[in-house]
Write a protein of this length. Structure first.
Ligand SMILES: [Zn+2]
Length: 349
């Protein structure tokens, strides 16, 4: 499938942490025809395997989940309270639209806010704690909400449909990390007719946003020797962010992690990725330490240690419903991952 269409479908899919089944179904359609085996584990990781000339494993990882919400309480009038799944800034919530997923389908709703007509000026400048917010799904009672399948534990997301922007840019929710998922599929497609010297495992990980939970168990099962994590990371090149607090820049190419809160990239791996990028003339940049964290944090510490690198697409306003990326950067990430896989047997194994 064409990259932009694939990315659009993946971003529009519903998949907060722990509820990524729609995303997995889309990915499965793409990888099943080209993989030797596709397996899912108890937590919700899905791994596509491509058997090579040896049993030594190289892992490509991307996480399927997006930051989301979960209904915590339904009151007598049918208003819903919610908890957060993953790292949110509560200032984004008031007045936004949500989609909740029940056993029988999707339910739309609005996170209510008090209009300026009835608030005092000093109230308008304050952030409202999430616990004080409520979702309105247009019902009048707890029973009506229950008829729609809304109960404590119902998962949800903030709406943010995929929209193309000028140039090669786009706006959507969930680029973190559906951009990585799209890239991982494209990398797998590239080698569909090739017998690699090693076995390739492409893992689509669950629950990264809840503390790298999926990667913790998948890296044990897959037992890789080398891993590349494909991510979307924070670009800070917009008004209000000083340069020293901007982890990377949109449209400047794929971002390489030097160190973040979960991993210090081995200088051997970082040098390798930089040299492969230079040799292949792939635009790339170093991501400023120490912002963020990725599945690499768990993967590199699994078993007896895994040589791990992180490639990321810079995304503005990530962990929000209207993130912006440049597809040129995504293309750079795909090209570098492909070039690295070709070089790994010569340089790292
Ligand atoms: Zn991510």
């Amino acid at each position: 499938m064409e990259l932009k269409k694939l990315l659009k479908d993946l971003c529009n899919a519903f998949g907060p942490s722990g509820f990524e089944e729609d995303v997995r179904a889309l990915i499965r359609e793409q990888v099943e025809p080209i993989a030797d085996k596709v397996e899912e584990d108890a937590l919700g990781n899905m791994t596509a395997w491509k058997k090579g000339e040896s049993d030594r494993v190289v892992l490509i990882d991307a996480h399927t989940d997006e930051v989301g919400i979960m209904i915590s309480h339904v009151d007598d009038k049918g208003f819903l309270r919610f908890a957060t799944l993953g790292g949110w800034d509560a200032r984004q919530f008031p007045g936004t639209r949500v989609t909740l997923k029940t056993k029988s389908g999707f339910v739309p709703g609005a996170i209510g806010f008090t209009p300026p007509h009835i608030t005092k000026p000093e109230e308008r400048s304050k952030a409202i704690p999430t616990e004080n917010l409520a979702i309105d799904i247009g019902v009048k009672s707890k029973d009506e909400a229950a008829e729609l399948g809304i109960v404590p534990g119902t998962p949800g997301i903030l709406d943010g449909p995929f929209v193309s922007l000028p140039g090669n840019r786009a706006m959507a929710k969930a680029f973190d990390d559906r951009a990585g998922c799209a890239a991982a599929i494209k990398v797998m497609e590239e080698f569909s007719d090739t017998k690699l010297p090693f076995t390739l495992a492409v893992n689509f990980a669950t629950s990264e946003e809840l503390g790298l939970r999926g990667a913790k168990v998948s890296s044990y099962r897959i037992a890789p020797e080398i891993a590349l994590v494909l991510e979307t990371t924070t670009a800070g090149d917009f008004p209000g962010v000083p340069g020293h607090l901007s982890p990377c820049i949109m449209s400047d190419g794929v971002a390489l992690t030097v160190a973040d809160r979960t991993m210090l990239t081995s200088p051997k791996m970082l040098r390798f990725l930089q040299e492969v990028a230079q040799k292949n003339e792939i635009p790339h940049q170093l991501k400023q330490p120490l912002f963020g964290g990725t599945n690499a944090g768990e993967i590199h510490l699994s078993r007896s240690g895994v040589l791990t690198g992180v490639l990321a697409v810079p995304g503005r306003y990530i962990h929000g419903p209207s993130s912006v990326i440049d597809l040129h950067d995504l293309d750079c990430m795909i090209k570098l991952a492909i070039a690295a896989i070709k070089e790994i047997p010569k340089r790292l194994m």
